[in-house]
Structures are given as C-alpha cells and as structure tokens.
Design a protein around this ligand. Structure first.
Ligand code: GLU
Length: 422
C-alpha cells in the first residue's frame, strides 16, 4: 500500500477500491495499471475562508479530485455537505471515471466538495463560499480540463456562480466550464431532471426484462433532492404507486400511494421537513429501506444498505440513484435474496449524460430541443443497460460487476495504448 492510499482511506474510499479490485481481478487487469487506477491522478486540498454575515471569517476545507483524464477532461459534481472529506471525494471521483466510460462519454472522472452545511448559510454567504472555492481550484478547471456539475447540496445557482467566477478570471464568458447551469447562461433543457429520467428509463427496461408491468409496481424513494424527487415524480407519472419518500429527517408513507405532484409543490414552497407536508404517515429512513415494494430507490448518501440491514430489504429491484449506497457485504446478501440491483454507475448516469449534451451545446454554441435531449438520453442509457446486461449474462457476474468491468476495461485500454509517460 502506498502512503497516498492511507491518506485517502475512509469507508467510502475503501468501498470504491474494493469494488475496483474485484472487477480488476476478474478482468485480469495489469498489476501496474491496478496500482495507478486505485488512486486519483490529482487531488487538491484548499482552505476556503468566508466572511460570514456577522463579520467573522470561517474557514472551510475544500477538495477537487481528478481520478483519471485518459479519455478527455475530467467530469463530476461538487458536493457541499458537513461529512465531505478527501477519501469520500476520491471515491466519488473514481466512480465518475467508470460511469463516464460505461456510458461511452469522452470524459474522465472527478469530484469536488466543501465540508459545510449549506442550509446553515445565508444566500450571500453561500455565494462567497462558492466563489472562493472556485477561485482556489481554478488552476484545475476549464472546459477542456475539468468540468464541475451539481451534486449533493449544490444546484444550478451554485453552478452559475462558479461559471461567473471562472469567466471573470479569464476575462470572457466560458459557459462550458460547468454543467447543470441555468438556461440563461448556456444551461441545457432537460438537465434538471436528467438523473431521475435516466433512473426511470433503466427501471422500465428492467421491468420489461423481468416481465413486470409498471402499473402494478410499488416504489419507495430515499432522498427528496434533485435525484429522488424527480425519480419519484417520473415513476408516479409512468403509473407506479409511490408508497414512501424521505429526506434527511425521515419521510412519509401511504399504503394507497402518495400524491407526488402535491407533495413536491408543498416541499418546494419550503414546507419542511417532509412530514410537515400534511400527507401520509411518518416513516423513518431505516423503515423506508425495509418496506415491501417492487422498486426501492436509495437517492441520498452512500453506504445506506449494509450488512446490518440488507437481509431486511424487501424490494424486487434496487435502483441506485445515489452514488455508493450499497456496501459489498450487502451486495452479497441482496444477490442471495434475489434482489435485482441496478448499480449506481449505470442507474444514475443520466445526469452526466445530459451534462455531456450541455457541454457539447456550449462548445458548439448550438442548442437542442428538449425532445432531442430526452431521446438521446434514452438511447444512450438504455443501450448501456442492454450492453451491461448482456455482459453480465455472458460472464456470469452481477450487473454491478458487469458495469464496473466494462468501464474499467475501457480505461485500461486507453492507458495501455497511450503508454506510460515519460
Ligand atoms: N453529480 C452527478 C453524478 O454524480 C453529475 C455529474 C456531472 O454531471 O458531471 O453523476
């Protein structure tokens, strides 16, 4: 083990590396490549001093990690959350590399984050934090170098501030430096709900594969942020009965199914937490994960389904909207129990796929219709699912292993033909 590995070693990083090592072993990946690919290519740690509204200065730790750039600029979100640390960001960056490769995008993987609770900041403080973080990681960024996007705790407004900070520094507007921006500055139609739309498209393919009908399915969604809320909404529109949804403080449950559009509009008008929205009964996040349902969508944080609760997970299909929600020990239990797991790097890839469309539109300065975006997203993500399913059947491995192996194999080939510099 190298010392860099030890510095990164947190639970989430260990999970990402353990998944990588199993996939690399099955692929027979060259040992030198394995040593390189289990570590990031670059990792930058920054201090982000912010003048708070009361006049005091607080300093927040920030990170940007680029796991691999062999296929193109690195791509991945920025997370503002109190638990952010270097190991977690490095794990998330590695998953972005496999995710982009699996979808066939010309990108490597990256991730960034600031250890901060954004809901505790005023809008002005959030803007100052975002701008200072952007300026600290600026040497790494650029539309041909590294392209951030929203993730947990960030949104289109945060991307607008990042785009503006970068553009002010270089002296001209560079919309392609971030994706997930507002439409007014070169954002893309269909980016906002792209991850949820992608999760739903893959679920519909899986239902067809298993011979199940959407109108007879029940759904539970953990997380009511960008991914969870749109997934619940689009599955509800497609005819599924959504039994439960939750946010960080717990959720709501109704055996007759929740009225998701009403719940969404109350939640968006800041009736929070969810159980204050006056619909359904309270359900804890632990109970939600153990609800009997057809489709369970963890769409919050990592390591939610572990060896401690996996045996009590009672869904037919587990669709990972979040990154890394299932540990490897839990994976084995779910497999024994016949749960069909749609792995994160496949299930939630709709976000980065439409980010790619946004970047292509920015670079070409030619914007597409929403229907074109939806059609192309559908085409790419369903093809990725079909390829991964065929691979898993041919190699007799889980869908997760098949997805990881496909992504890792592409990166391995790129490294091999490019050769080791110098
Ligand atoms: N944060 C999202 C993810 O984890 C999107 C990344 C992107 O669009 O670059 O996939």
């Amino acid at each position: 083990m190298t010392s860099l590995y030890q510095e990164l070693e947190t639970q989430t990083f260990r999970l990402a590396v353990a998944q990588f090592e199993e996939a690399a072993e099955r692929l027979g990946l060259d040992g030198n490549l394995r040593e390189r690919l289990k570590l990031p290519q670059r990792a930058l740690i920054v201090s982000v001093p912010v003048r708070m509204d009361d006049g005091n200065v607080k300093v927040f730790p920030g990170y940007r990690v680029q796991h691999d750039t062999s296929l193109g600029p690195s791509k991945g979100g920025v997370r503002f959350h109190p638990d952010v640390n270097l190991g977690e960001v490095a794990a998330l960056a590695m998953w972005m590399t496999w995710k982009c490769a699996l979808a066939g995008l010309p990108y490597g993987g990256a991730k960034g984050g600031v250890r901060v609770a954004p809901e505790k900041l005023s809008r002005a403080e959030l803007q100052r934090l975002t701008r200072r973080y952007t300026s600290e990681i600026l040497p790494l960024l650029g539309p041909e170098k590294d392209i951030p996007a929203p993730d947990v705790g960030t949104n289109a407004q945060v991307m607008a501030w990042m785009m503006d900070t970068y553009s002010q520094e270089v002296g001209y507007a560079v919309p392609g430096v971030v994706t997930g921006k507002p439409l007014a500055i070169g954002g893309s139609l269909g980016r906002e709900d792209a991850t949820g739309r992608g999760v739903t498209a893959v679920i519909l393919e899986v239902l067809r594969h298993l011979g199940l009908e959407i109108a007879r399915t029940t759904v539970a969604v953990q997380g009511f942020g960008n991914v969870g809320m749109h997934t619940a909404r689009i599955l509800h529109e497609a005819g599924a009965k959504v039994l439960a949804v939750s946010d960080a403080k717990g959720g709501v449950y109704s055996s007759r199914g929740l009225d998701i559009p009403t719940l969404r509009s109350r939640y968006q008008s800041h009736v929070r937490p969810l159980q204050e929205c006056g619909m359904g009964e309270f359900i804890s996040n632990d109970d939600l994960l153990q609800l009997e349902c057809t489709i369970l969508v963890p769409a919050a944080l990592s390591e939610q389904i572990t060896e401690n609760n996996a045996a009590r997970v009672r869904c037919r299909i587990l669709a990972e909207g979040a990154n890394g929600p299932t540990t490897m020990a839990a994976d084995r239990i779910l497999e024994e129990n016949g749960v069909f797991v749609i792995p994160d790097i496949l299930a939630n890839s709709g976000g980065v796929i439409v980010s790619y469309f946004e970047w292509v539109q920015d670079v070409q300065k030619y914007f597409w219709k929403e229907q074109d975006i939806r059609d192309r997203l559908h085409e790419i993500i369903t093809a990725a699912f079909q390829r991964t399913l065929a691979f898993s059947q041919a190699k007799k491995v889980s869908l997760r292993m098949a997805a990881l192996m496909s992504g890792i194999d592409k990166i391995g080939q790129a490294h091999t033909v490019r050769g080791l510099y110098p």
